[in-house]
Design a protein around this ligand. Structure first.
Ligand SMILES: [Ca+2]
Ligand SMILES: [Ca+2]
Length: 180
């Protein structure tokens, strides 16, 4: 049984990943999200950054599908997703598949290639996922741990580690995907 806070965070993540909105997760959902983020960013679909996002998001799917005990073409319910992430967290290997996805997304979001992501860059990538401006700005503020106005990969990974693994209700990274 997952910790209640983790369960609520994983539920939020499930709904974010369920691109088709039909309440089950499939490989196509992750692929659709990757395509959407790449397109919104204005990245050429054949670029190395775009390919890295597709590969990392598919790796995320493959890991969750394996944890849930379904094949890569299987479908995963909310309950299976929460259980899969909880199991991965218990085994301290959740970030093994979450971190590569974050790394690829952070590289894509760094539109001008200066090694950090500013709010404008962050917005340009994540408006594609349907969040409103206020939510996007709030998540950016959570990611920007030291508050200097830009998000480094280390900050992004630290916040995401909070989100995925912390049972502390006050962990700042809890809110990187918005309120829940
Ligand atoms: Ca940048
Ligand atoms: Ca910062």
């Amino acid at each position: 049984m997952a910790d209640d806070l983790l369960q609520r965070k994983y539920t939020l993540r499930f709904h974010q990943l369920d691109a088709s909105g039909d309440g089950v997760l499939s490989r196509a959902d992750l692929a659709a999200l990757a395509q959407r983020v790449i397109a919104t960013a204005g990245e050429a679909p054949t670029s190395a950054k775009a390919e890295a996002v597709r590969r990392a998001d598919d790796g995320y799917w493959q890991a969750v599908a394996a944890l849930a005990g379904v094949g890569e073409d299987g479908r995963i319910s909310l309950e299976q997703f929460v259980d899969a992430l909880s199991a991965a967290n218990d085994q301290h290997r959740l970030m093994d598949f979450a971190a590569p996805a974050i790394t690829a997304h952070a590289a894509l979001a760094d539109r001008n290639g200066d090694g950090v992501v500013d709010l404008q860059e962050y917005r340009s990538v994540y408006t594609g996922l349907g969040a409103d401006d206020a939510t996007i700005e709030a998540s950016f503020r959570q990611l920007d741990v030291n508050g200097d106005g830009v998000v480094t990969l280390d900050e992004w990974l630290a916040s995401a580690t909070d989100f995925y693994t912390s049972t502390d209700p006050h962990a700042p990274g809890n809110l990187i995907l918005g309120q829940f």
